[in-house]
Design a binder for this molecule. Structure first.
Ligand SMILES: *[C@@H]1O[C@H](CO)[C@@H](O)[C@H](O)[C@H]1NC(C)=O
Ligand SMILES: *[C@@H]1O[C@H](CO)[C@@H](O)[C@H](O)[C@H]1NC(C)=O
Length: 397
C-alpha cells in the first residue's frame, strides 16, 4: 500500500530529479566568485610561491572526441561525426573524459552539494546539523544548494552516469554507506562541479573569498584544503600521508582530471574487489585508502606530477608534500589551488592551523563533538584518523 510517507518521499525524489535534470548545464554566473578586496598583495606573493611558473595555464584539453579516438589509435573520419556508440568500448578514463569534458575557462558552477540520510525538510534531519546546513545557503545567496539523500543519489547518478554503467555498478556494489558517501562527492563534482561539503561542516566565509584576488578564476579548476600536515617524526602513526588533503570540502569545475582519475580509480578498484569476492569482508580501516583522503591525496599528487598536464622539464623535480608543508597562504600549481590548513581545518590547535576567527578560516569541520563516530561514518566524514589515534592510545596504555 502506498503510505502517505512513501508518497511524500516519491514526490520529493521526483521533484528533486526534475529540478536537477532540467538544470543540467545551465550553470550560474561566477560573479559571486568575484575578487575580494585587499588580496592583491597576498596574491602577488602566491604567484611568487607557485613552483611551476611555466605550467600551461590550461591543462591539455581532453574534451575533444577526436583526440580520444585518435589516442586509441583510430583515426577520426574526416569531418564525420564520431558515432557515440564507439565510446561504449573505450577504456573507462576515456569514456569519462568524453562524457564530462573539462573546460578550465568555464565558470565555477554555483552549486553546493551535500549528502545526508534526510532532507532538511524532514523532521529527522537533526537539529545539530541545521545551523551548519543553513550557513551554506546564507553565505551563498543565488547558489543552488542540494542536500542529496541516499535515495535521490541513486536516481541522480543513474541519470548522470547512464552512459558509463561500470561506474553505477561500482557505486551500487560498495558495501558501506561511508564508501558511497565518499564516492558520491567525486561523482557529483566530476559531472556537475561546484562545491561539495559534508553535512557537519559550516561555511564561515563565502566561496567568493576563498581564492586570492590575483588568481584568475578562469585559470583554476580545483580548490582543495589540507587536512593534516603532521610535522613530527612519528607522523605515520597518526596519518596515512605526510600531507593529507581533505575531502570534506572541495570546489571544482566539472570534468576536472583529478576527479576523473579518482572516479576511474575507485570504479576499477571496486569492480576488481567485487570480482575477487572481497567486498563483503571489506574492513572499516581500509576506507581511507580505498575512497578516503589517502587515495584523494595520491590522486592529486599524481596529477600535479603528470607530464600530460604539466611541463615537467623545468628541472625542478616532482611536486611532493614538501611543497605544501607549513603553508600560510594559498598556493597555485597549474589549475589547482591548495589552501593552507587554516582554511578548511581551522581550530584543530595543531599543525599550524589558526583558529576559526582567522581571516583564512573558510569552513568549520566538526571533527569531534556532539556526534558519535558511527553517525559521522554514515555520511562519509572521515573519522579514521580519530579512530586510529584512539587505537594507538589504547595500545600505549
Ligand atoms: C588507485 O590509486 C592508488 C593510489 O592511492 C593506486 O595504488 C592504485 O593502483 C590505483 N588503482 C587504479 C586501478 O588505478
Ligand atoms: C617523479 O615522479 C615520477 C612518477 O611518480 C617518478 O617516476 C620519478 O622518479 C620522480 N622523479 C624524481 C626526481 O623524484
Amino acid at each position: 500500500m502506498l503510505t502517505f510517507r512513501r508518497a511524500l518521499i516519491a514526490a520529493a525524489v521526483f521533484i528533486t530529479m526534475l529540478f536537477l535534470v532540467t538544470r543540467s548545464h545551465s550553470t550560474v554566473s561566477t560573479d559571486r566568485i568575484a575578487p575580494t578586496d585587499g588580496g592583491s598583495q597576498q596574491g602577488a606573493k602566491n604567484e611568487g610561491q607557485t613552483r611551476i611558473g611555466d605550467v600551461p595555464s590550461s591543462p591539455v584539453s581532453t574534451s575533444s572526441p577526436e583526440k580520444i579516438v585518435s589516442s586509441q589509435g583510430k583515426k577520426p573520419n574526416n569531418g564525420q561525426q564520431v558515432p557515440l556508440q564507439d565510446m561504449t568500448k573505450a577504456p573507462l578514463r576515456e569514456k569519462l573524459a568524453y562524457q564530462f569534458p573539462y573546460d578550465v575557462e568555464s565558470k565555477f558552477p554555483a552549486y553546493i552539494w551535500q549528502t545526508w540520510k534526510y532532507t532538511p525538510a524532514s523532521g529527522d534531519f537533526g537539529e545539530n546539523f541545521r545551523p551548519a546546513e543553513a550557513s551554506w545557503s546564507e553565505k551563498h545567496p543565488g547558489f543552488i544548494h542540494e542536500v542529496i539523500t541516499d535515495q535521490v543519489a541513486v536516481h541522480l547518478l543513474r541519470h548522470l552516469y547512464a552512459s558509463v554503467p561500470e561506474v553505477l555498478d561500482a557505486y551500487n556494489s560498495l558495501p558501506m554507506p561511508v564508501l558511497k558517501a565518499d564516492f558520491f562527492r567525486y561523482l557529483i563534482l566530476l559531472a556537475r562541479g561546484g562545491i561539495y561539503s559534508d553535512i557537519d561542516t559550516y561555511a564561515l566565509k563565502s566561496a567568493a573569498e576563498w581564492l586570492p584576488d590575483s588568481v584568475p578564476r578562469e585559470a583554476i579548476g580545483l580548490v582543495v584544503g589540507i587536512e593534516a600536515d603532521p610535522d613530527r617524526p612519528d607522523w605515520h602513526d597518526w596519518y596515512s600521508r605526510r600531507i593529507q588533503f581533505c575531502q570534506w570540502t572541495i570546489q571544482s569545475k566539472p570534468g576536472h582530471p583529478v576527479l576523473r582519475e579518482i572516479v576511474a580509480n575507485i570504479t576499477l578498484e571496486t569492480l576488481k574487489k567485487k570480482d575477487a569476492g572481497l567486498l563483503k569482508s571489506f574492513k572499516d580501516d581500509k576506507v581511507i585508502e580505498f575512497t578516503g583522503p589517502a587515495v584523494w591525496t595520491d590522486t592529486i599528487f599524481d596529477f600535479l606530477n603528470d607530464e600530460k598536464f604539466f611541463d615537467m622539464t623545468t628541472g625542478k623535480g616532482n611536486i611532493t608534500w614538501k611543497d605544501f608543508t607549513g603553508m600560510k597562504e594559498p598556493k597555485k600549481v597549474g589549475d589547482v589551488v591548495v589552501l593552507p590548513i587554516t582554511s578548511f581545518s581551522p581550530g584543530v590547535q595543531q599543525m599550524g592551523a589558526e583558529d576559526y576567527d582567522h581571516p583564512m578560516a573558510f569552513v568549520k569541520h566538526e571533527f569531534e563533538g556532539t556526534w558519535k563516530p558511527e553517525k559521522l561514518r554514515h555520511i562519509g566524514t572521515t573519522t579514521e584518523e580519530e579512530e586510529k589515534k584512539k587505537k594507538e592510545q589504547e595500545k600505549k596504555q
